[in-house]
Write a protein that binds this ligand. Structure first.
Ligand SMILES: Cc1ncc(COP(=O)(O)O)c(C=O)c1O
Length: 393
């Protein structure tokens, strides 16, 4: 059997029609398949590879850490330098109230840990979440996911979750003295890029504070410079009580985190002790890779370049078949009339050598979320290929 047949037979599948590209090498914003064909990567492993694939400094940090030690003991027992140093770097670049980092294995587990923490801190059980939001795929995270189609087959899920429309002022009325937390993406990604109104997110923050409800902002996808500032919440002048991180956090290695104040996080040490535990969360190799990637973001000032690259994409992506382009930095949705059109464009792009995708809750929108290191030349080439595909439809 060839690799493709083995893949379909022995690797568990999540869709009847996987892309099934066999990529054998990746570097910067380029991927190469087994036949030697080159692709410009416009999705960065879904907003993971913000500093590009295999940045030399990230690769070097991984090698150095592997030479020292890999897994030692469950999270939180030993002082492991990569965790300590990365937590320090992250909190140095966050508001003072977000000064304690719980490292996890994934974004989903960051959501789960945060949802436990809010219950433990407030003693309350109700949660307000938003339609068209995605926070992960396990049963707690699925309970707050904003679409019944994806939730329904897995019931019973968590009770006491109320879903409301993002940007709806009526949603604020659901927040009261029984609400443990509100969980929201700072900018909704899988909705096809849906940003909050500044007045709305400010009012949301205020309502949470008034009612003693904790505000969880999920920046697993929109954080780490993707929106044109290190953290998306900086653009709206709000600070969450708990911040969720993942994806780009690990620089291409699996890592998630929830960040809160030391005071809140301390609750996990008592009643019960070991309030949230994980064997591999905060793996030293992943933390070393993530810290190297964040240092690259800072040293190469990649965040500063995001706005200009966003403008270049927006300038080049004009075609009668494009109904709109929604974007926040290098997180963009190109809107078509239907999923059918979008799928044809995506397939044709892959054929030409541009890798792109659609969104969970916006199947008519084409995803553009490249490495932040993508060059002008690569943007120009990729956009030309997209336009050519549209001309040939
Ligand atoms: C906004 C958001 N939250 C949470 C997650 C879950 O992260 P993970 O897939 O690492 O568990 C994702 C993943 O796509 C996401 O986009």
């Amino acid at each position: 059997m060839n690799q493709r047949e083995l893949f379909l037979k022995h690797v568990a599948q999540t869709s009847p029609a996987p892309l099934a590209l066999e990529i054998i090498k990746a570097e910067g914003s380029r991927l190469w398949d087994a036949g030697g064909k080159e692709y410009i990567d416009l999705i960065a492993g879904i907003s993971v590879c913000n500093v590009g694939h295999r940045h030399p400094k990230v690769v070097e940090a991984i090698k150095q850490q592997v030479d020292q030690y890999m897994h030692l003991l469950v999270y939180g027992e030993f002082i492991e330098s990569p965790q300590v140093q990365y937590a320090k770097l992250l909190t140095d670049h966050l508001p003072a109230s977000l000064n304690s980092v719980f490292f996890t294995n994934s974004g989903t587990e960051a959501t789960e840990g945060a949802m436990k923490l809010v219950k433990r801190v407030t003693g309350r059980t109700e949660i307000v979440a938003f339609n068209n939001s995605y926070h992960g795929s396990t049963q707690g995270a699925l309970s707050v996911m904003g679409d019944e189609y994806w939730r329904n087959s897995f019931r019973p899920l968590l009770p006491g979750v109320h879903h409301a429309d993002y940007n709806s002022f009526e949603a604020l009325e659901l927040i009261g003295s029984n609400t443990a937390c509100v969980i929201a993406e700072t900018v909704q990604a899988e909705a096809g890029i849906n940003a909050p109104l500044k007045e709305w997110i400010t009012a949301l923050r205020k309502r949470c504070t008034e009612t003693g409800t904790l505000l969880i902002l999920d920046e697993i996808q929109c954080g780490f410079g993707r929106n044109g500032s290190m953290w998306a919440f900086e653009q709206f002048d709000v600070v969450p009580d708990i911040l969720l991180l993942g994806k780009a956090l690990g620089g291409g290695m699996p890592l998630g985190a929830f960040v809160a104040s030391h005071e809140l996080m301390w609750k996990f040490t008592e009643n019960p002790v070991l309030g949230h535990i994980t064997t591999f969360g905060g793996h030293p190799v992943c933390c070393a890779a993530g810290m190297a990637a964040m240092n690259v973001l800072l040293e190469e000032e990649l965040v500063k370049g995001v706005a200009e690259k966003e403008i270049l994409f927006r300038t080049l992506l004009h075609h009668p078949k494009i109904e709109a382009v929604r974007s926040r930095g290098l997180m963009m949705a190109v809107v078509f009339d239907s999923f059918e059109t979008n799928k044809k464009v995506i397939d044709a792009c892959i054929e030409k050598g541009v890798l792109t995708d659609w969104f969970l809750f916006a199947s008519n929108c084409l995803r553009i979320a490249p490495p932040l290191t993508i060059t002008e030349d690569e943007i120009t080439k990729a956009c030309k290929m997209i336009i050519d595909c549209l001309n040939e439809l």
